[in-house]
Design a protein around this ligand. Structure first.
Ligand code: ADP
Ligand code: ZN
Length: 729
């Protein structure tokens, strides 16, 4: 149907709702839209932003449809992004509208940035040429009136007061014009601070640049120990992509805390990348979004949600620390950003780089099979040596009664402090103690809404649930038996370790770093900075100190509880613990000094501890991969979870059982459960889980769709959520 026929045109518009397909809207006469246009449309009593989708929205009488209200003044969402939305929706079994919602998640919606008022030279002569005016005219003569100046910029450049500028404007010598708002960040310069690479690094960089040059889709895995120069090497690939006029996305876990990464980028490219994460102020989000869409921002460093930015000409995605569990989103649309980055590269036909010192088993297997190109960096840069890693056998050298640090670890910390170096004590547990109980009656403080213990936070004087945020003041008497002063803290959190450290090292400067610190991201950034500058002797921290930071003075790293992550019975526990502890101990020895990593453990013979101590990561990977293969676990088999939740246990369990009964047998897919989910109750909702385990070639999505269609509709408080490739299984 053409524009000029009498019938109004109809187009499909994808709106940010859990609807399976786009809705049809009428295009009012005189309005031009193309697939990808971002529009405002009425939806029920409201108006929402939507994306004009492909195809004709036919089959309905256009006069019965509501018209599009407005077209936003921003570039259309590209074909690549539209196919990406469909792909993600289909893979994760989400409504396409909910995936589109992640693209449209911009606060006040796409107002163009107001242009800035500027002044342009008209070559008119002023009535009188004072010495000050002469200075301005001399400045302006140089560019012949081609350049718009801001009022204050011109005054400053000519060295005159604003009154002089205003006087010239009043006489028409300068005329007001509008100039576009300046670019958010200056353009990175690919050849700005190019480093002298080592031979190994140069070979790696050449291989990656080859991929950029060849264009087309490819995935490379940069596997190299912490400090080997992975970042330096992928910066070369970024430079190559920029030289080809492409935009680049670098995904970094916890971008809000990686100020150091932005500084390094600046050193290499002479400009910072634009940042993208959930802490950005709304106005800033909007500006980044728009300038990415316009192609004015060339490089974005972002959290996983940056995958849904509307890049105009994306030509490279780098996923740093590709193994990091933070890439998995478990909210509405469940997806793994690392995997979806690879999908985007395939759809957009460009290279994707994954970097890690401890790659995921999945990526390792893909590199071994040749699906991914392997780039290996075996040694630390320059004189920096790997720390020597020791297991501290807690059965043989236990801590003093009621304490958590073995004398061996305390001695190592003392050595560091005495040499004027830094020590880090790592414990992945916030707060003071993970459990509080009454010594008289045995009462344990549990969250009223979750199946978890309340964690004591002594600095705040509260008992807090880490799953739903429930908090209460810590009472003096037991609520069960009424006995006073019999409540005991069981087990350590970072606050309790800090107490022990303060007692052992009363003169040392200690710092506790944990994500629940008051003051949020800003304060954390400052403290990370302070540590890097050597302003603390002993740091006690949770996993946020493990990620990517470079602390030059850190020569001792102690892991307070090396067994913590191994206890939960999850088949991924060994992999995760290996990755986390490698990363934590890798904080030590980033400069020339000798350094140590000490891991307190009750199982020094565990394969994870052996791999860490011996440095034989490959042996560990080999065993883990063999085990996954035997168990037909990812990536040798496929997994999906269905979580059924409801306000009562009976409802949730009943519905999960009904779904199980609705399932038909399948040759390649087994269903396990329903069983209580790993967290059985969260925020008052009871959760049951069905686990689907399939062969690698099984059509998991197809089977899930069939199962969902055959199951009874969830009613009332019931909710059903599909989790493809669940993190824990
Ligand atoms: P990774 O990303 O593997 O942890 P980095 O790229 O961060 O390693 O390198 C570790 C440190 O060594 C950084 O401080 C980096 O600036 C420095 N470095 C690595 N390679 C070089 C090089 N060729 N020239 C100068 N400095 C380098
Ligand atoms: Zn809770």
């Amino acid at each position: 149907m053409t524009q000029d026929s009498l019938e109004p045109r109809v187009v499909p518009v994808l709106v940010p709702m859990p609807a399976e397909a786009p809705y049809s809207y009428q295009v009012p006469p005189g309005m031009t839209v193309v697939p990808g246009s971002v529009v405002r449309v009425p939806l029920g009593p409201r108006e929402v932003a939507g994306i004009v989708w492909d195809g004709e929205g036919g089959g309905v009488d256009p006069r019965k449809l509501r018209p599009i209200s407005a077209v936003f003044d921003c570039p259309p969402i590209t074909e690549r992004m539209r196919r990406f939305v469909e792909w993600v929706a289909s893979y994760t079994l989400s409504a396409p509208g909910m995936v589109a919602r992640m693209i449209l998640r911009v606060p006040t919606a796409f107002d163009p940035e107001p242009p800035i008022d500027g002044l342009l030279f008209t070559a008119t002569k002023p009535d009188r040429v004072t010495p000050a005016r002469a200075k301005v005219l001399a400045m302006l003569a140089e560019d012949g009136g081609n350049l718009a100046w801001s009022r204050s910029g011109l005054a400053h450049a000519a060295g005159v007061s604003l009154t002089v500028i205003d006087g010239l404007a009043a006489q028409g010598v300068l005329k007001p014009v509008q100039i576009p708002a300046p670019a958010l960040v200056p353009e990175p310069d690919p050849s700005y601070g190019a480093p002298q690479l080592t031979d190994g690094q140069r070979k790696a960089a050449e291989a990656l640049k080859g991929k950029i040059g060849a264009e087309g889709f490819s995935v490379s895995l940069i596997d190299g120990v912490t400090g080997s120069g992975k970042t330096e090497v992928y910066f070369e690939a970024i430079a190559a992509a920029l030289q080809k006029g492409k935009q680049v996305l670098v995904l970094v876990p916890e971008i809000a805390l990686t100020q150091a990464f932005l500084d390094r980028f600046h050193d290499r490219f002479g400009a910072k990348p634009a940042e993208w994460h959930s802490d950005l102020a709304p106005r800033m989000r909007e500006r980044v979004w728009r300038q990415v869409a316009e192609g004015r921002v060339r490089v974005v460093a972002g959290a996983r949600s940056a995958l849904f930015l509307p890049f105009k000409e994306l030509g490279l995605i780098v996923v740093d620390e590709e193994h990091d569990p933070a890439y998995k989103q478990e909210d509405r649309v469940y997806y793994n950003a690392r995997d979806m980055a690879v999908v985007q590269g395939r759809l957009g036909r460009f290279p994707v780089l994954l970097a890690s010192a401890t790659p995921s088993i999945e990526s390792k297997v893909n590199a071994q099979s040749g699906r991914y190109h392997l780039v290996h960096l075996p040694a630390r840069f320059a004189e920096a040596a790997m720390p020597s890693i020791e297991a501290v056998d807690m059965r043989r050298v236990p801590p003093a009664r009621g304490q958590f640090l073995s004398p061996v670890l305390i001695d190592a910390v003392r050595g560091s402090v005495e040499r004027g170096e830094q020590a880090l004590l790592f414990l992945n547990r916030r707060g003071y103690a993970p459990l509080t109980l009454c010594r008289s009656c045995g009462h344990r403080f549990q969250c009223p809404q979750c199946s978890s213990w309340l964690v004591e936070h002594r600095f705040r004087g509260q008992l807090i649930c880490h799953h739903c945020g429930h908090h209460e003041a810590k009472p003096e008497a037991c609520p069960e038996c009424g006995t006073f002063d019999h409540l005991v803290a069981c087990g350590p959190g970072v606050e309790r370790i800090a107490e022990e450290v303060d007692a052992a090292f009363p003169d040392a400067r200690t710092l506790v770093l944990s994500s629940d610190l008051l003051g949020g991201t800003k304060r954390l950034r400052l403290e990370l900075d302070a540590i890097a500058k050597g302003e603390a002797d002993i740091v006690i921290g949770t996993q946020l100190v493990a990620k990517g930071h470079n602390f030059p003075g850190m020569t001792t790293v102690g892991v307070v509880d090396g067994d913590l992550g191994l206890a939960n019975g999850d088949p991924r526990a060994a992999e995760r613990t290996f990755q986390l502890l490698s990363q934590v101990t890798g904080r030590a020895g980033r400069t020339g000094k000798a350094s140590r990593g000490l891991i307190q453990t009750y199982q020094p013979d565990h394969p994870v501890m052996r791999a860490l101590v011996s440095g034989h990561a490959e042996t560990f990977y080999h065993q883990e991969i063999a085990e996954r293969q035997r168990g037909q676990l990812p990536p040798f088999g496929r997994l999906a979870a269905i979580i059924v939740s409801g306000e009562t246990r009976a409802e949730a369990e009943g519905h999960a059982r009904a779904m199980r009964r609705a399932a038909v047998a399948h040759d390649l897919i087994d269903i396990l459960g329903p069983a209580e989910a790993p967290m059985a109750v969260v925020a008052g909702r009871h959760r049951f889980r069905l686990l689907l385990q399939g062969a690698r070639n099984a059509d998991m999505q197809g089977y899930l769709r069939m199962l969902l269609a055959a199951s009874p509709k969830p009613r009332g408080s019931l909710r059903v959520q599909v989790d493809i490739d669940p993190q824990s299984f």
